[in-house]
Ligand binder design. Structure first.
Ligand SMILES: *[C@@H]1O[C@H](CO)[C@@H](O)[C@H](O)[C@H]1NC(C)=O
Ligand SMILES: *[C@@H]1O[C@H](CO)[C@@H](O)[C@H](O)[C@H]1NC(C)=O
Length: 227
């Protein structure tokens, strides 16, 4: 910290911002997440999932604005929307189900969703980066979305591990594969764009789920259901 005091102007400010960014997620000192209390992990993680859902919604709406709305109004109309690749992961559908499911089971389902987005998000970033007419803002948000998913995964796994006496258990973690690569890389423009659209639609949906579930869990674990 002394270093930042001797610097003035924008460099000092940037350094300060950098330091506070790091502090947001981890202790700059050694062994970051492990030393954070579970309560604080929940608070930080909810902040992350909330922001990440907003990012996903932004990417979705920017794509909608620049690539869907500018097309014929019928472009999406008669489509059959494929199931999201995470659809097979058992997650609660109603408020009642959310309240009935055990904490570690729900965490495990969220980890499952997060892991199964690793690969498709990498490809979404490549697709959006190469997409003619995509705004710089949308490209940056797609990259941020990919990075945030990894942070969220780390946070979820840390909390999940603390709920387990025997962490060995989740070694062979099976998760649903994504099979949309061929469409995403298709040279047919329509197929290509529809594949991007579906990824945007599904990540928004899944981030919304993760954010909602985590808020319920934080309420349960941190506030004894009094919220
Ligand atoms: C993740 O979801 C898939 C698809 O339903 C399931 O086969 C797999 O067992 C789940 N993995 C875990 C660890 O829950
Ligand atoms: C959680 O436990 C598993 C299994 O031991 C381990 O592979 C993983 O690195 C742990 N993750 C975190 C974030 O602590």
């Amino acid at each position: 910290m002394q270093l930042t005091l001797t610097l003035s102007g924008s460099v000092g400010m940037q350094l300060l911002l950098l330091v506070s960014n790091l502090l947001l997620w981890e202790n700059v000192a050694s062994n970051p997440i492990a030393s954070v209390s579970t309560e604080d992990l929940y608070h930080r993680l909810v902040e992350q999932t909330h922001n990440t859902f907003i990012l996903a919604a932004d990417v979705h709406s920017e794509f909608d604005l620049n690539f869907v709305k500018s097309r014929m109004s019928s472009w999406l109309k008669d489509r059959i929307f494929p199931l999201c690749h995470t659809a097979s992961i058992h997650t609660p559908e109603s408020r009642k189900q959310v309240h009935e499911i055990k904490t570690d089971e729900l965490l495990k389902a969220m980890i499952n969703v997060s892991i199964s987005w690793e690969e498709p998000l990498n490809h979404l970033v490549s697709a959006v980066t190469a997409l003619p007419g995509a705004s710089v803002s949308m490209q940056k948000k797609a990259v941020a979305l990919k990075d945030k998913n990894l942070l969220i995964l780390e946070g979820l796994q840390t909390i999940y591990n603390r709920t387990q006496d025997n962490v060995e258990e989740n070694k062979n973690f099976g998760y649903p594969a994504w099979s949309g690569l061929e469409d995403l890389q298709s040279s047919d423009e329509d197929t290509h764009l529809f594949a991007i659209y579906n990824l945007c639609r599904c990540i928004k949906r899944d981030m919304h789920k993760i954010d909602s579930y985590l808020k319920v869990l934080r309420c349960r674990v941190v506030f004894n259901n009094e919220c």
